[in-house]
Design a protein around this ligand. Structure first.
Ligand code: NZQ
Ligand code: ZN
Length: 395
């Protein structure tokens, strides 16, 4: 077990009707002029935005708005948001949406707070020392950005999708009402479930696997999401199922299921290049990569994969070797992805095979032109990344 710091400063209000807390929380965390930031229309259509506007107006909190965040949030809109915050003297950002809106809000927060180009943070040139505070009204359980330290942004000029992580960016509060997720399309529900599970799997498949409590929490979370997802696809307005998944989204990525172990994150790194290049949904991209990554790295810790097979995927280990059980677990995960409408290869994800040039470009971007590696269970250099993309590229 490795030493760790567990830091989760976000105040969570969870349940029906918790939106009524928004004005008090904004004031509590120092907001007196707010930027309401949102996506492409779902929050408007559901009536959530009108409710938020009404509450701020009734509480005499002035606000400006910036909508239009696209999935895989774009740098150009973030720059617009930074400008707006400066000209309007905004001192608090309220993100109403999912991971893309929250990540965009976090980027605006650090960009408006520091006198440097915001992209410098994402390419590792600078660290932020100040941010405008950010609050969240979550509408899709998936990225876990409502409690995480991370923000992932796409620079549409260069095609790079890059993450920046900093405790400064953890939201001050998160409003989570599971009823707000009833309107999610089935595909987004499945993408979200895949991402939630992957945030815990990235922390689970490790060499530091001797922290039993962390492992048991991780397995409970994975089983819960795996069981709830098919049920919620059949019953989208089941409050209890939506609530399990929503809370799992935050716990999967606020580091709880990684305390004492080293995360791997290779699947995420490989996926970020896929969604940067092809503008696909992050969760679907993860499902297209993970089974191939898993087979490629299995020999590094077969016992861990076998434990996952038995405790999460319900594989009966009787009469099987460790490797056989491990492989069955990976196959069962693939079957699960298919059962919830997720792809398990690049051709299923983008409708064709990736070209060799595209694969080499993604591996070059992920390896910073062959100068950096990813992963910890098995360390992957550029050539190994290409191997995994090739495995994922089979029909
Ligand atoms: O834009 P609108 O109209 O709101 O529609 C969104 C969007 O099309 C829709 N949606 C959201 N809530 C809805 C809804 N539709 C109907 N009813 C609702 N209640 O869902 C679509 C996807 O939204 P998005 O915010 O993109 O999804 P998600 O939360 O999965 O975020 C994905 C982004 O987060 C990044 C990903 O890379 C990706 O860019 N990640 C961020 C992380 C972090 N900050 O810690 C970690 C993750 O690993 C991930 O990389
Ligand atoms: Zn993710």
């Amino acid at each position: 077990m490795i030493d760790f710091t567990y830091y989760t400063p976000t105040e969570v209000k969870f349940g029906r009707g918790v939106e009524t807390h928004i004005p008090d929380l904004i004031k509590k965390y120092g907001g007196s002029k707010v930027l309401i930031h949102y996506g492409g229309g779902s929050a408007e259509r559901s009536g959530l935005l009108s409710k938020v506007r009404r509450q701020l107006t009734n509480a005499s909190i002035p606000f400006v708005e910036l909508g239009g965040v696209k999935p895989n949030p774009r740098l150009s809109l973030i720059r617009q948001g930074i400008e707006l915050c400066r000209t309007e003297n905004v001192d608090f950002i309220l993100a109403v949406g999912g991971g893309s809106v929250i990540d965009s809000a976090k980027a605006i927060g650090v960009g408006a707070g520091c006198g440097t180009d915001v992209w410098d943070f994402y390419v590792g040139k600078k660290m932020a020392d100040y941010t405008l505070p950010v609050g969240v009204v979550l509408t899709i359980p998936a990225a876990g950005s409502e409690m995480s330290d991370g923000s992932v942004v796409t620079n549409e000029d260069t095609g790079q999708k890059r993450a920046y992580g900093d405790n400064l960016m953890r939201p001050k509060f998160a409003i989570m009402n599971p009823e707000r997720t009833y309107t999610l399309p089935a595909y987004q529900t499945s993408c979200g479930a895949t991402d939630i599970m992957m945030h815990t799997m990235e922390r689970y498949f490790t060499h530091d696997d001797d922290m039993e409590l962390t492992t048991a929490l991780a397995e409970a979370l994975l089983r819960t999401v795996k069981d709830a997802t098919p049920k919620v696809l059949a019953a989208p307005e089941d409050y209890n199922l939506r609530a399990q998944i929503m809370w799992a989204s935050s716990l999967a990525h606020n580091d709880l299921t990684g305390c004492g172990s080293t995360g791997d994150w290779a699947t995420h790194n490989l996926e970020h290049e896929l969604s940067g290049m092809f503008d696909v949904a992050h969760g679907a991209g993860l499902a297209a990569i993970w089974p191939h990554w898993a087979e490629y790295v299995l020999s590094e810790n077969p016992k861990r994969f076998a434990r996952f097979a038995v405790n999460v995927m319900d594989i009966d280990p009787a009469t099987k070797t460790t490797e056989e059980a491990a492989l069955e677990g990976i196959e069962a995960m693939k079957a699960f992805y298919h059962s919830i409408g997720m792809p398990t290869s690049i051709p299923e994800l983008i409708g064709r095979e990736a070209t060799e040039d595209e694969i080499v470009r993604m591996a070059s971007l992920a390896s910073l032109d062959d100068t950096a590696t990813i992963g910890s269970l098995k360390v992957l250099d550029k050539s190994k990344m290409i191997d995994i993309y090739h495995l994922a590229n089979r029909k």
